[in-house]
Design a protein around this ligand. Structure first.
Ligand code: PLP
Length: 401
């Protein structure tokens, strides 16, 4: 029988055996429902971290739970070398997300979706060059990491994949200079999430697409964090009328079950057999969870809700009077509060007040609440942030542990 009040023991056990690559918050989470999660001590938290932006519908959404249970009884695994009913349904549903999308590749995570998109770009164009943006984040496998900007993530693993160039974000001139006949693809986020919640300018993103067309390169939009309603549209591309050649999706796509996907447009077309693959890609369990998630997002008009609540949240965050705040940025329910100090101590102060949040780089606090959060709950989060920022005992250097 597990003693629910033994948080310290679980932390000790994990600290002893985990590989160590994660900086952990000192709580042991055991249950989630809707917007809230609970730790071993029974303390309740409003989840604005949502497993790095995964939980769009809230924890344990009944439609997702029922879909997983039903599918687990029927068929959990089935490789893509065989057909499957749930997968067929999901593929059609995913392609219907964007008028330009024709096909889809299914995988198991964000970095795999990016990795696939980069490979497809080279395969189709037979060119080596990939252009990505400074401050961009695309994942941690060798190809995706080569597109990721942050030197701390890259340096220990060099040499990375050759052919990658990074240009300043929101700077059309720099892209015009960098793109050329060797460019296979340009990969950009609509809002740079991990890099600091920098909102892309519509004219810049449209220019990037235009330059890709002009040079015969493919335009890849990484919507792993912005996708599926978070920014107030089903795809953040829809804010700007973008029609990329590939869109990468993951995180919340299957209600918390690991899944990634790449939407493919006509310039990618149908790919040759054996060009790429994945044992677990398109497994029926994840497909059933994704179908339930996408249908719920649509039926409950959650992107529209994210647009309304996001506007409220951002305007309330902008009203917070604190000398520590440099800027509030965001789109929909994707919000960043840039501080004049390190953000991690304030993450801890928020945790102590019952709010789970994230950082985005060293000085930005990031909030990615579920799209089902209530306005009153967002108001409560703003109050807790005000209290946390007013706490004077936090050291300037920050608790980076
Ligand atoms: N791309 C973006 C924009 C992301 O935000 C992330 C994860 O935070 C990734 C790619 C990598 O996704 P994953 O952690 O599922 O590999």
């Amino acid at each position: 029988m597990i003693d629910e009040r033994m948080g310290d023991q679980w932390m000790e056990l994990e600290d002893r055996y985990t590989c160590g690559v994660y900086r952990k918050q000192p709580v042991v989470m055991v249950r989630g429902e809707g917007v809230r999660v609970w730790d071993t001590e029974g303390r309740e938290y409003v989840d604005c971290a949502t497993g790095h932006g995964v939980v769009l519908l809230g924890h344990a959404h009944p439609a997702v739970v029922a879909a997983i249970q039903e599918q687990a009884h029927r068929l959990i695994t089935c490789p893509e070398t065989l057909y499957n009913d749930r997968r067929a349904e999901l593929e059609a549903e995913l392609v219907s997300l964007a008028p330009w999308a024709e096909r889809v590749f299914l995988c198991n995570s964000g970095t795999e979706a990016v990795e696939a998109a980069l490979k497809f770009a080279r395969l189709v164009t037979r060119r080596p060059g990939i252009i990505a943006a400074r401050n961009g984040f695309h994942g941690r496998t060798m190809g995706a990491l080569s597109a990721t900007w942050r030197p701390e993530y890259r340096r220990p693993f060099e040499p990375l994949v050759p052919g990658f160039t990074h240009v300043p974000y929101n700077h059309p001139g720099a892209l015009e200079e960098a793109i050329g006949p060797d460019t296979a693809a340009v990969i950009l986020e609509v809002v740079q999430g991990e890099g600091g919640v920098y909102v892309g300018d519509g004219a810049y993103l449209r220019r990037a697409q235009e330059l890709c067309r002009q040079y015969g390169a493919l335009f890849i939009v990484d919507e792993i964090q912005t996708g599926l309603g978070r920014t107030g549209r089903m795809l953040a591309c829809d804010h700007h009328g973008l029609e990329p050649d590939m869109v990468c999706l993951a995180k919340g796509i299957a209600g918390g079950v690991p899944m990634g996907a790449v939407l493919l447009g006509p310039r990618v077309g149908k790919l040759p057999p054996a060009a790429h693959g994945s044992t677990f890609g398109g497994n029926p369990l994840a497909c059933a969870a994704a179908l339930a998630t996408l249908r719920t997002l649509r039926e409950q008009k959650l992107p529209e809700r994210a647009a309304e609540l996001g506007a409220f949240f951002l305007s309330r965050l902008r009203e917070v009077r604190s000398p520590l705040i440099r800027e509030v940025r965001g789109l929909g329910l994707m919000a960043g509060v840039e501080l004049r100090r390190k953000a991690r101590p304030y993450l801890r102060a928020l945790l102590q007040r019952g709010v789970l949040a994230l950082t985005a780089g060293p000085i930005v606090l990031r909030f990615l609440p579920p799209l089902v959060i209530a306005q009153e709950e967002l108001e409560w989060v703003v109050q807790k942030l005000e209290e946390a920022l007013a706490e004077t005992s936090l050291s300037e250097d920050g608790d980076d542990g």
